[in-house]
Design a protein around this ligand. Structure first.
Ligand SMILES: Nc1ncnc2c1ncn2[C@@H]1O[C@H](COP(=O)(O)OP(=O)(O)OP(=O)(O)O)[C@@H](O)[C@H]1O
Length: 254
């Protein structure tokens, strides 16, 4: 059986120090992700998705419970250890691309390796390999301002992948893309997952993007509400996702 790339155990996150202003954003969340899995996180606005992603990505601290990534418990790590851990083991993809405009596409993709102090002669083959894999070799000399939104997001995916992290965390990566580019990015994620064995966690509001995942965890009011697995065709999984979302969004009955 594949090893876990992520283990979340009894995770709680409470915002605010004083009792009267406290908000329990994550309530006793436990789940695991196998190495090479592609998992989606969905839920209504305010359900706790970003909070969960921030705690898993080591950007925010849990109030209690634990998070293990590739076997390492990050819950009690010191800030400087966390920064190293993050740059080695995690890759991030955000809605707004977060590319550095004054660097070329090549330099943007190379950045995680440069920051880790990888020797220049070793950076080039890694950048070329990932660019080839994601079909963006021709745009390597260009600056981000001259490429399309869809290409920018593929560059962001390449940057997230270049240092071969244990886990890629993608927060609404299709949010700023039109439907054609969104579809193409999701196909890129499936390629990364199936052909390169990349483990991906995707937070999204978009049921169509989510239908490319193998499994969806639904969060409601800070709790794990349900999980569903893709067993058949993608359009059937899409419908199953829509069904759970309509359950979640159903107005309270009197
Ligand atoms: N720093 C904070 N201090 C207090 N409450 C917070 C803080 N950050 C988030 N919250 C609250 O925690 C809850 C969960 O927020 P979170 O941003 O995780 O939800 P979400 O599911 O990502 O929502 P969205 O889909 O709108 O981004 C919300 O009720 C939010 O108001």
């Amino acid at each position: 059986m594949a090893q876990s790339v992520l283990q979340v155990n009894h995770l709680n996150k409470v915002y605010g120090k004083r009792k009267e202003t406290q908000y329990h954003a994550l309530k006793n969340i436990s789940f695991a992700m196998k190495q090479g899995e592609f998992v989606g996180i969905m839920g209504a606005s305010g359900a706790g998705k970003t909070t969960l992603l921030n705690v898993i990505s080591t950007l925010d601290q849990a109030s209690s419970g634990s998070v293990k990534i590739a076997g390492t418990d990050i819950t009690n790590m010191k800030q400087n250890q966390l920064a190293d851990f993050r740059s080695q083991q995690l890759g991030f993809i955000f809605q707004d691309f977060n590319l550095l405009e004054n660097l070329t596409v090549y330099e943007n993709i190379a950045l995680p390796l440069s920051l880790q102090g990888v020797a220049v002669k070793n950076i080039k083959p890694s950048v070329l390999k990932v660019a080839k894999n994601l079909g963006i070799e021709e745009i390597l000399p260009k600056y981000p301002v001259t490429i399309s939104g869809g290409q920018k997001q593929r560059v962001a995916a390449a940057r997230a992948l270049v240092h071969e992290p244990a886990l890629i965390l993608a927060d609404e990566p299709t949010g700023a893309l039109d439907s054609k580019n969104a579809k193409s990015l999701m196909e890129t994620f499936v390629h990364m997952n199936e052909n390169l064995g990349t483990s991906i966690m995707l937070v999204t509001h978009d049921p169509l993007s989510a239908s490319y995942c193998q499994r969806i965890l639904f969060i409601q009011d800070g709790q794990l509400y349900k999980e569903i697995h893709r067993t058949h065709k993608r359009n059937e999984f899409h419908q199953a996702i829509l069904d759970v979302l309509s359950e979640i969004n159903k107005p309270n009955e009197w």
